[in-house]
Design a protein around this ligand. Structure first.
Ligand SMILES: *Cc1c(COP(=O)(O)O)cnc(C)c1O
Length: 387
């Protein structure tokens, strides 16, 4: 029986997404299949979530075997996958502690609370302020929506927003400096503004922020929800910038399709939170963490080298397209400046290629290990559409 999923969705799902006209039913690596037997090359990877491809073997085995033995116990008790995942994250980043949540927004909520508490504990201020960047994206909860520096998302009907956020211009150090005062607890930013149009920050700007943070005991909080877990070409993008953040958040690609968020703490911030200060019922779920361990174990030098190879292939293919005005981003997180990106996304889909947008740009987020022949086939379609 073929159900009319679209009709059921329209009737029963609260309308918050303008969905594309397709129902995917199966995925295999970088291929997706719809309910009518159509096959697609996936350059979206569930918005940078399925970084190792659909039904990744080692991830699937880890999740399945953990589900069979124990799916959930709560954070009242110890759990091996959760502890081991935290150990791996700390050993590979040099950060010291991890709090697990279930999404990017929640990881950022934890970062915001921790940054505030750090400043208050130190007696610096009782009204901490966090400097964010314009055009940023940090999530949809009230605090992370407020942190998000996009006026058009701060819709009046959701007011009142959360106090304690101010916004500087990206790549303009003076604009950051001018917002610093005695209340400044943290500067929070993405190294590549993803939803904002896949814009990588300048190295000098980031170095400048690092100096300002150092000089004024301000925390540097890096949102790697999208850039993290190999997406940028290094395990975390901050590693390419050569900075030492005080807090790093991540989510999306860490779970390869299952919900997870992580807030990682450095030397200064590692003991800010105490028992009862924060929590999450599902955070650190054993099955999700077992899968995330399998994800991190596969993000090695070979995989990251492959990200660079694929990045270069995409950039070089796009250089032939006269309609492409510019290509931005790092690793396999790329923004293509082109007219009518939304229409191009539809056209790609109708030709069997799944891509997405970021603001006015077309955005590519393929799996980090997309097989080269599939990448080439996808690029062929992209070139036809963007020629
Ligand atoms: C996607 C994203 C978020 C929000 O993550 P959710 O899992 O949707 O809550 C936050 N920050 C950045 C940089 C993101 O790309």
């Amino acid at each position: 029986m073929i159900m009319d999923i679209k009709a059921i969705d329209k009737q029963y799902i609260e309308y918050t997404y303008a969905r594309a006209d397709v129902t995917f039913v199966r995925g295999e690596g970088s291929l997706l299949f719809d309910d009518k037997g159509g096959e697609y090359i996936d350059f979206c990877a569930g918005i940078a979530v399925v970084g190792l491809g659909h039904a990744n073997k080692l991830w699937l085995e880890a999740v399945q075997s953990q589900l069979v033995s124990l799916a959930h116990t709560s954070n009242l008790y110890y759990s091996e996958p959760c502890a081991k995942l935290a150990e791996i994250l700390c050993k590979r980043t040099g950060l010291n502690k991890v709090f697990f949540a279930n999404s990017g927004a929640e990881a950022n909520e934890c970062a915001i609370k921790s940054a505030r508490k750090y400043a208050v504990d130190k007696g610096k201020t009782s009204t901490p302020e966090i400097i964010c960047l314009k055009n940023s994206f940090h999530g949809r909860t009230l605090a992370t929506l407020t942190a998000t520096g996009q006026d058009n998302l701060h819709k009046a009907m959701f007011a009142p927003f959360v106090d304690g956020f101010v916004y500087a211009q990206a790549n303009d150090l003076e604009s950051v400096r001018s917002l610093i005062n005695d209340n400044t607890a943290a500067i929070m930013f993405e190294l590549v503004q993803g939803e904002g149009g896949v814009i990588a920050l300048d190295k000098e700007f980031v170095d400048g922020i690092a100096e300002l943070c150092q000089a004024n005991d301000i925390l540097m909080v890096i949102d790697e929800v999208q850039t993290g877990n190999g997406r940028s070409g290094s395990l975390y993008a901050y590693m390419q910038y050569g900075i030492n953040p005080d807090i790093v958040t991540t989510a999306k690609g860490l779970g390869n399709g299952l919900p997870i968020g992580a807030c990682m703490f450095g030397e200064k911030t590692q003991n800010v939170l105490g028992a009862g200060d924060h929590g999450s019922t599902f955070g650190g779920n054993p099955a999700v963490c077992a899968g995330a361990i399998a994800v991190l174990n596969q993000i090695d030098d070979d995989l990251l080298e492959g990200v660079k190879v694929r990045h270069d292939m995409i950039v070089s293919a796009l250089s032939d397209c006269s309609a492409v005005k510019s290509v931005s981003g790092l690793g396999l997180m790329l923004g293509i400046e082109i007219d009518n990106a939304k229409d191009k996304v539809k056209e790609c889909l109708s030709k069997g290629l799944v891509v997405l947008t970021a603001h006015e740009k077309l955005r590519l987020l393929p799996a980090l290990n997309i097989p080269i022949p599939q990448l080439e086939k996808g690029l062929q379609i992209l070139k036809e559409v963007l020629k």
